[in-house]
Design a protein around this ligand. Structure first.
Ligand SMILES: NC(=O)c1ccc[n+]([C@@H]2O[C@H](COP(=O)([O-])OP(=O)(O)OC[C@H]3O[C@@H](n4cnc5c(N)ncnc54)[C@H](O)[C@@H]3O)[C@@H](O)[C@H]2O)c1
Length: 271
């Protein structure tokens, strides 16, 4: 039997990038996947792709940064698949025009990033945990970021949202442990997705050069692929991870292992 046969799984921002790869991976393992995304074309495409391989998925076209978007996604999962077993809070934005300091960041941009990247986690818990309690447990996994652990210039709202994601994860793992609901985070390093490509291009970088230098910045010498994150998410959602809650896992090619003094890393240990 496939690992997630019959499980009802929600993936927010589940049409493209990390979310897209994870939606596909859950469907291959037998899950019934509810995909929340604001891109209508990408949402329809991924459901068609999953169905063409014999999988089961539905698309909810909504904004994850709104209460209604989150509640309608949970309702869709419950109505179509009888409940909610696993939530992958993957949605996140880092618009190229948000790369400024806090003084120059418009309040509307702050609110947008915090609502999509952080408040959506609260809404998804608020609406899905009662269904998990009804069946005796569940798993909530969020895409936080290495930027929740360390920082860089010009990312105040994004960094705050990712630090908040890690903190909320730890907090909710305590509140929901007695319900047998596990809560964990994945911290991706740089992963080759539309978000990263848009950020490079939107901030005036040369895509090819920046992808190469980003790869070189990671000790393993490559940029991550969405499947690298999907593999970890499926592990964390599975019974193999049944004693794991309240923790985060870096999937970052060794980035967080490197000290700030290490400006270059050679495979022979030279720097
Ligand atoms: N790619 C990376 O290098 C990287 C690194 C660290 C953390 N992350 C985190 O991983 C998650 C996924 O990142 P990604 O690179 O795959 O992003 P992406 O932009 O490539 O894909 C995000 C998906 O979410 C959807 N989406 C965006 N805003 C939405 C909204 N308000 N409502 C509904 N859908 C929305 C998009 O349409 C898209 O399908 C994010 O939380 C991001 O912060 C990514």
């Amino acid at each position: 039997m496939a690992e997630f046969e019959g499980k009802s799984v929600i993936v927010t921002g589940g049409a493209l990038g990390i979310g897209g790869a994870t939606s596909e991976a859950f469907a291959v393992e037998g899950a019934n996947v509810t995909i929340l995304d604001w891109s209508e074309d990408a949402g329809k495409e991924i459901v068609a792709s999953i169905e063409s391989k014999g999988g089961v998925a539905q698309f909810v076209h909504a904004d994850a940064g709104t209460r209604n978007g989150c509640i309608s996604t949970v309702d869709a999962a419950v109505n179509a698949y009888g409940g909610v077993d696993i939530v992958f809070n993957n949605v996140g934005i880092q618009p190229p025009d948000s790369y400024v300091d806090a003084v120059d960041l418009p309040e509307e941009m702050w609110d947008k990033i915090i609502n999509v990247n952080l408040k959506s986690r609260y809404w998804m818990a608020k609406f899905s945990v009662p269904h998990m309690r009804r069946v005796g447990g569940g798993v909530i996994i969020s895409s936080a970021s290495v930027q929740g652990l360390q920082s860089m210039g010009g990312v105040s709202a994004y960094a705050a949202s990712k630090g908040g994601d890690l903190s909320l994860m730890r907090q909710m793992s305590l509140d929901f442990a007695a319900d047998n609901i596990r809560v964990v985070c994945v911290n991706p390093g740089a992963i080759d997705t539309p978000m990263v490509r848009n950020a490079i291009e939107g901030t005036g970088g040369n895509l090819e050069d920046e992808l190469i230098s980003t790869a070189q910045a990671h000790p393993l010498g490559r940029i991550g692929q969405p499947e690298d994150i999907a593999n970890m998410v499926l592990f964390l959602a599975s019974d193999k991870a049944s004693f794991i809650t309240g923790s985060y896992f870096n999937v970052d090619g060794g980035l967080m292992a490197m000290g700030a003094w290490a400006d270059t890393v050679g495979s022979d240990g030279s720097n």
